[in-house]
Design a protein around this ligand. Structure first.
Ligand SMILES: [Zn+2]
Length: 331
């Protein structure tokens, strides 16, 4: 019989403690020990913060380390558990998916104890850490081939109360964008697993392959706002400055708001995130390769929109996403 996932320390100890979440070995690799930080200040809300779900989104793990530094002083009540890198194998390889089994950790929740390593990680988190909290904050950054607006993203949730609560707490982060993303492929997502346990899930997205000091400052300010709103940290929440503005807006995007490449080629962005575009505006240009007589193709907005995310210049295949547009959320 194989070992069960477990913690190497008592998370119920008062104050700050650290240890590991052990993901048992399987047929494909040895056991993993994920570092876990806990700050337990007694009664109050309980929050799990995770980074490194996707291994090529390193803003999350970096921010998690910053939180570990200042939370012991700042946290006034409740419980915060932080796992800076929930998929260390992908972080070390700087890949979205886990290199050993090729799986996207964010599509295999709640996982399987007898599955491949991604599934065993998901199983350990779902079974050991999730039952101890009422809210999860998963730190993402959209991946290295994109630029995206600093944002909190939610997918539509069937339970209206849960949806209302999620949007309300998301707005309290006071980031430039709170986005409702209609997504058809939510099966296996961490979100879905957390919702099934009746808990709140919040996901941040900070785009770009570059971990910049400016973006991290904004990211940290947003997360601090969120912790204040959750009642875990004292202080006054304020909008951080982004593009000379201190404000936020709530947007929605659906499948029809995604612009795709009409053919293979090099995608050249012609807009920046948060730009407003109207119907017919050129969002980017696709440059075919192999012949200079083949004309470049304009990729245009279908309607009045805001550019939420756009690909960095890169070679794309036919029908690949190159931009995600959004519109103010209709109530
Ligand atoms: Zn991600």
């Amino acid at each position: 019989m194989s070992e069960a996932p477990h913690l190497t320390f008592d998370l119920d100890s008062p104050g700050v403690s650290t240890g590991h979440l052990v993901v048992p070995k399987g047929a494909d690799c040895d056991s993993l020990s994920l570092p876990v930080f806990s700050c337990n200040r007694g009664e109050g809300p309980s929050l799990l913060i995770t980074g490194g779900n996707h291994g090529n989104e390193l803003q999350g793990p970096v921010l998690a380390r910053r939180l570990v530094e200042w939370l012991p002083e700042a946290q006034t009540c409740g419980r915060i558990i932080i796992v800076p890198e929930i998929n260390p194998l992908a972080v070390q390889a700087w890949t979205r998916n886990t290199p050993i089994d090729g799986k996207n950790l964010n599509r295999v929740f709640p996982g399987r104890s007898d599955g491949s390593v991604s599934e065993r990680i998901a199983d350990a988190i779902s079974r050991i850490l999730l039952p101890m909290v009422d809210t999860v904050l998963d730190l993402h950054s959209f991946g290295p081939t994109w630029d995206c607006a600093p944002s909190i993203i939610s997918h539509p949730i069937a339970d209206i109360d849960q949806m209302t609560k999620t949007v309300s707490i998301s707005k309290a982060f006071k980031l430039p964008v709170t986005l409702l993303w209609e997504h058809n492929e939510t099966d296996g997502m961490f979100d879905t697993c957390v919702h099934r346990q009746g808990k709140t899930f919040i996901c941040t997205e900070f785009g770009g392959g570059v971990v910049s000091a400016e973006a991290l400052t904004l990211y940290e300010a947003g997360v601090r706002n969120g912790l204040i709103a959750l009642g875990l940290v004292a202080g006054k929440a304020e909008y951080p400055t982004f593009r000379q503005q201190k404000s936020g807006q709530t947007l929605e995007t659906t499948a029809s708001d995604q612009l795709k490449s009409p053919s293979p080629g090099i995608f050249e962005p012609r807009c920046s995130v948060m730009d407003e575009v109207k119907q017919g505006d050129v969002v980017g240009v696709l440059h075919p390769m192999g012949s200079l007589s083949a004309a470049s193709i304009d990729i245009r907005a279908q309607s009045k929109s805001i550019v939420f995310a756009i690909r960095s210049a890169m070679y794309v295949q036919s029908d690949e996403e190159v931009a995600i547009l959004a519109r103010p959320l209709a109530h």
